[in-house]
Design a protein around this ligand. Structure first.
Ligand SMILES: Cc1cc2nc3c(=O)[nH]c(=O)nc-3n(C[C@H](O)[C@H](O)[C@H](O)COP(=O)(O)OP(=O)(O)OC[C@H]3O[C@@H](n4cnc5c(N)ncnc54)[C@H](O)[C@@H]3O)c2cc1C
Length: 382
């Protein structure tokens, strides 16, 4: 008896959605399942906006994936009548005087033919007087990069998939049980779903859905995002200011787009986080920390009112490399995740890579293998 579905994809975040998109293009009959719905407020993909930039220090593999993904996002938005879901605000990397990662980025951007401008201290300070530039500080500006409206983008992909014939089920999938080959999965309502192959794209839940493989290898951490009021000050709205990254101080953010506020996100890993049960209330300590950062980097906003907050989670691997691999014990089960605070932008390239491995003979990238994932956190990729 043949199965109803060629592939079942569990998880409708950015990775599950783009994987399904590529499976559909390969002619597959696909069922997409999610326990809270596509890019819900609990999912890592459920935030308002995500940065898409090309600079990745020495990690050229991610530069190339971002370079592959940006036109795919833009094509998708143009084709589906959603061009506003990408905002070409430009991305500015604020580098410190001795910044090996930024220097390596310049070499990688140049080698890959990616448009960018290196701004020395005085040029940076003159062009953006609203930024406090410390002695020796400099910048890298990527004019073609920008921001993705994350939750709405994933929901637009799923809507497009449904129009094209993909089925969707709102259900929680139990951890798979099988010996060498998985015949079916079961949902919390007891339904059994059969398919030739299964993809688990469960973001921060991967450790609980696949405990034998990933319980010790995915580290969900609490992350807080703040939106401060700019009162329409043009210096803090595009095109007066691009999206900015200050890795030296573990912060990045957006100018005030569409009146949402000036976004400030703390990129340092927070406490361990359970995405099902924990409340998403910001902490006074982190608000004060963000204000301290504003006072030093964007002094005119030091006393700006806090308008809105988001509490989300990163689903970190030990070093920030993704996990995209076949299940070690079940030959028709595949795993994709470990976006580690930087995965969103890469959705199109991640889906293409996974489908190339599942259905074709695309070579395996060792950095994405389960075997390279360690049980101790030591962040390297940003
Ligand atoms: C605050 C914050 C800022 C970020 N900033 C950026 C950025 O600027 N740029 C960037 O590129 N990346 C960024 N990221 C990272 C990026 O958002 C994530 O890496 C990415 O969204 C992860 O997508 P995912 O599909 O793996 O997981 P998710 O989006 O979490 O999706 C997993 C899905 O699986 C479903 N699921 C789980 N378990 C089950 C089950 N048992 N049965 C059925 N369904 C299930 C969930 O409901 C969920 O919808 C950021 C992340 C955060 C939290």
């Amino acid at each position: 008896m043949s199965n109803t579905y060629d592939t079942v994809v569990v998880g409708a975040g950015v990775f599950g959605a783009w994987t399904t998109w590529h499976l559909l293009r390969a002619g597959q009959r696909v069922l997409l399942v999610d326990k809270y719905g596509p890019a819900s407020a609990r999912a890592s993909s459920g935030g308002e906006t995500r940065v898409i930039r090309m600079a990745y220090g020495p990690d050229e593999i991610y530069t190339r994936m971002a370079q592959q993904s940006l036109p795919a996002w833009k094509d998708f938005f143009a084709r589906t009548g959603n061009p506003g879901l990408f905002r070409q605000a430009g991305v500015l990397w604020l580098a410190a005087a001795e910044d090996a990662s930024a220097a390596q980025s310049v070499a990688v951007l140049t080698r890959n033919g990616i448009r960018h401008e290196v701004l020395d201290h005085d040029t940076l300070a003159q062009r953006y007087p609203q930024i406090a530039v410390p002695p020796g500080g400099w910048g890298i500006f990527e004019p073609e990069s920008g921001g993705l409206f994350a939750r709405r983008a994933v929901q637009a992909i799923v809507e497009d998939l449904l129009h094209a014939g993909v089925e969707f089920r709102l259900a929680a999938v139990d951890p798979p049980v099988g010996d060498a080959h998985l015949a079916e999965i079961r949902t919390d309502s007891g339904e059994a779903i059969r398919a030739d192959r299964f993809v688990f794209a469960c973001g921060p839940w991967l450790g609980s859905v696949l405990p034998d493989v990933l319980a010790e290898r995915i580290f969900p951490t609490r992350q807080e995002v703040f939106y401060f009021g700019t009162a329409g000050d043009r210096r803090f709205c595009p095109p007066g200011l691009p999206i900015w990254l200050d890795f030296g101080r573990d912060y990045y953010g957006f100018p005030d787009i569409d009146g949402r506020g000036f976004k400030v996100a703390h990129d340092a890993h927070g406490e361990a986080f359970d995405p099902d049960t924990l409340e998403r209330l910001p902490t006074l300590a982190r608000i004060a920390h963000a204000r301290g950062f504003l006072a030093r980097r964007f002094p005119a906003l030091a006393a700006a009112p806090l308008l809105a907050t988001e509490v989300c989670q990163y689903e970190n691997t030990w070093n920030g490399d993704f996990v995209i691999d076949r299940h070690p014990a079940l030959d028709n089960v595949w795993i994709v995740g470990g976006g580690s605070g930087h995965g969103f932008k890469h959705g199109p390239a991640v889906g293409a890579y996974l489908v190339g491995r599942m259905l074709g003979d695309a070579p395996a990238e060792p950095r994405f293998s389960i075997a390279t994932k360690q049980g101790v956190q030591k962040r390297e990729v940003h």
